[in-house]
Design a protein. Structure first.
Length: 203
């Protein structure tokens, strides 16, 4: 004769319920607050000055992370305003712009986006944590003035090589021609204004 199954304690059930609800709220918030649906859901886990730790769901593919990194690139080139991307100004006192320098690390494991973890990583004093942090990175976007870089994969200590290409690759790297971008944006706005302006000629 089998013994009857023991019911879960009420405290345990309440704890599980809170956990499930919290999990649903976090990922529901990612989906509902992302700027648009063409990029994967994400949240800003932590930010220390110019360093930003971004969390994406664990099922996010490399292709989707690439889409997100390229969106950061598009914002950096076209407007330079990452506020709508939920990022606080990284260089607020810089007369050249509030987002003149930044490094965004993308993680699928939320533990690496905790504020205290990012702070400990930046001190560089915990070698084990630093190594784990670097390995857990899924993608990187870096902006240094007029130079940008985007990568997929963990942070490498060694140089890129055919051996590292299997798990880490450069998406783009080089200077930003902001003058060209501004001219293109001005021309586009000018064209839109001309198209909207009523004709003054008489038929």
């Amino acid at each position: 004769m089998t013994a009857p199954k023991k019911k879960l304690d009420i405290v345990v059930r309440l704890g599980l319920g809170v956990f499930v609800i919290s999990f649903a709220l976090i990922f529901g918030g990612m989906f509902l607050t992302r700027p648009d649906r063409s990029i994967p859901p994400y949240s800003i886990g932590a930010q220390e000055a110019t360093i930003v730790a971004v969390h994406v769901p664990s099922w996010t593919s490399d292709g989707e992370i690439e889409t997100l990194i390229r969106r950061f690139r598009k914002v950096g080139r076209e407007t330079g305003d990452f506020g709508p991307m939920k990022i606080q100004p990284t260089t607020p006192a810089d007369p050249e712009g509030k987002y003149g320098r930044m490094t965004i690390y993308v993680f699928a494991d939320p533990q690496w986006t905790e504020p205290e973890v990012l702070a400990r990583y930046l001190t560089g004093q915990d070698a084990e944590l630093v190594q784990g942090f670097r390995k857990a990175v899924r993608g990187t976007y870096r902006l240094e003035g007029a130079v940008e870089e985007g990568r997929i994969g963990p942070l490498l200590i060694q140089q890129d090589s055919p051996a590292t290409a299997a798990y880490s690759r450069v998406l783009f790297k080089g200077p930003i021609d902001r003058a060209r971008q501004n001219r293109a944006g001005s021309a586009a706005h000018g064209g839109e204004s001309a198209a909207r302006a009523p004709s003054l000629s008489r038929s």
